[in-house]
Write a protein that binds this ligand. Structure first.
Ligand code: ADP
Ligand code: MG
Length: 476
């Protein structure tokens, strides 16, 4: 009997507002400790929170993007707990009436698309940060991050493997950047996931879950879930029971370890924050935000498949970021077709070059215009696919026009029939043995002859044309 894995993710996306959710302090990353914490963030007596409209607007954008319901009236609540990074002794969050309910995110795993349902998305403030390394025998408290606006996005327990959880996290990461509500910078903690993991026998009720906190890379998310699945299965198969608890992932050991037993909602003594009015969102506000939305990643992906005949996986890669998708659209618009060729160049050479140089699409030294010019030269047989890669590298490193590089390096394919026939005849004359082998039914000999002609023309012959001429000559 096998085990079924059940995973639900809670994701914290830091919103891109310039100032905090309840104060005017800046949200910029990396300032010296405690230089971006106002009296409100420090919870000085007599201060009152004022809601940042931009944070609400971003939550509306998200709700529209996932097809969720935007609450006409949502409420901020106090979540009470004590920790030195939380000056007020409570976190302002949303509990019973979140700003967004429902919705879904589409993921693609092994060529199949699946919907992951969302439970809710709510607005809340971030806490500060404890610094343990700089002070001997003491801890420092940096409250710069206190009050930073977060959207917490909670999924239903719809994922059935670590691969699906990673695909979901990536799809969500793509979406929040696409609609401009979060910069998605995982090193800076702008996008982090908690993974809830349980296992059960197929058909049985949900098993007891463990929550692994603060996973800030897709690789750690995958490793942590894989380790946790193994741990729970081993534990149950050895006659033990999974305890509901909060666990931490240790990337150095590749293991999760217990942090604390899981608290229940009633431990937090949630109650509506009397300092903040309910948030009222009217249909006009929603309509205004809707008017600024552009085509979303899933819609674009489906269109690339339907209109351009791309494979679902390829279309998914091309729509992993808005910049890449738009680069592709500019490219095929210039080419007036060649959709598959353009897609394979972007997901192949172009993406590899971006990775190698650590650049974002918009900083690529090869523009869509120049790449289109190069692909045109492949399509009209001026250069072979192999030479085109050499031209591409030269464009990437030197920024010249493709035609100039083709001429400077003598990469023009020989398609002049007369010239090619001469080369073929010479090769046939001096390779009697292979000609004999071919006539005796050895197909390999044919490839070897093509190779000889390519060599004789320094790789500049058009291989398809060479094959054609050879076949004609040998048929005689
Ligand atoms: P909290 O963690 O704050 O107590 P919830 O009870 O709403 O919040 O659950 C949080 C997450 O845990 C959700 O993403 C949900 O899908 C997931 N989850 C709930 N039950 C299970 C389970 N048995 N196995 C795996 N994930 C679960
Ligand atoms: Mg939780």
């Amino acid at each position: 009997m096998t085990w079924e894995v059940v995973i639900g993710l809670e994701t914290h996306a830091q919103l891109t507002t310039a100032s905090k959710i309840f104060s005017g302090a800046a949200t910029r990353f990396g300032a010296p400790p405690n230089t971006q914490a106002s009296a409100v963030d420090l919870a000085m007596p007599g201060t009152l929170p004022v809601l940042n409209k931009g944070a609400v607007e971003r939550a509306i954008r998200f709700g529209l993007a996932v097809g969720g319901r935007i609450a006409p009236r949502s409420v901020f609540a106090r979540k009470n707990y004590f920790y030195p990074d939380l000056p007020k002794g409570y976190q302002i969050s949303q509990y019973e009436d979140p700003v967004v309910a429902g919705g879904s995110v589409a993921i693609v795993v092994e060529g199949v698309e699946k919907l992951v349902r969302l439970t809710r998305a709510h607005l809340e403030e971030d806490a500060g940060k404890l610094l343990h390394e700089q002070f001997h025998g003491m801890s420092g408290v940096d409250l710069n991050r206190a009050g930073t606006p977060l959207l917490e996005i909670v999924s239903e327990p719809d994922m059935r493997s670590a691969a699906e959880a990673v695909a979901y996290a990536k799809a969500l990461h793509t979406l929040v950047r696409w609609i401009g509500i979060c910069d998605g910078n995982m090193q800076e903690g702008s996008f982090r996931c908690d993974a809830n993991v349980s296992v059960r026998r197929p058909g049985a009720p949900l098993g007891t879950r463990c929550e692994i906190k603060n996973l800030n890379s897709f690789r750690f998310l995958e490793k942590a879930i894989e380790y946790e699945i193994r741990r729970q299965v081993d534990l149950i198969e050895d006659g033990g029971k999974v305890l509901q608890e909060t666990r931490l992932f240790d990337p150095d050991r590749g293991q999760t370890r217990s942090m604390r037993s899981k608290e229940d909602a009633h431990d937090y003594r949630y109650f509506p924050d009397p300092d903040l009015l309910p948030v009222v969102i009217g249909p006009d506000w929603i309509a205004r935000v809707q008017g600024t939305m552009t085509e979303l990643p899933a819609a674009k992906r489906h269109r690339f498949v339907a209109e351009f005949g791309l494979a679902l996986e390829v279309a998914t890669t091309l729509t992993a970021s808005r910049e890449m998708a738009e680069f592709y659209e500019r490219l095929v618009a210039r080419l007036g077709g060649l959709h598959k060729m353009a897609a394979s160049w972007l997901t192949g050479e172009f993406s590899a070059a971006l990775n190698r140089s650590g650049l974002e699409v918009n900083a690529a030294p090869v523009s869509s215009e120049r790449l289109a010019a190069l692909l045109q030269r492949v399509a009209d047989n001026t250069v072979s696919g192999r030479s085109a890669k050499e031209v591409f590298d030269a464009m990437w490193n030197g920024g010249m026009e493709p035609d100039a590089i083709i001429d400077a390096r003598g990469l023009r394919q020989v398609s002049d029939a007369g010239e090619l026939e001469k080369a073929v005849d010479q090769v046939l004359a001096s390779n009697a043995k292979q000609v004999e082998d071919y006539r005796a039914g050895k197909d390999k000999a044919f490839n070897s002859l093509v190779g000889q002609v390519m060599k004789a023309t320094q790789g500049k012959a058009n291989p398809a044309q060479v094959g054609e001429i050879l076949r004609k000559r040998l048929a005689r």
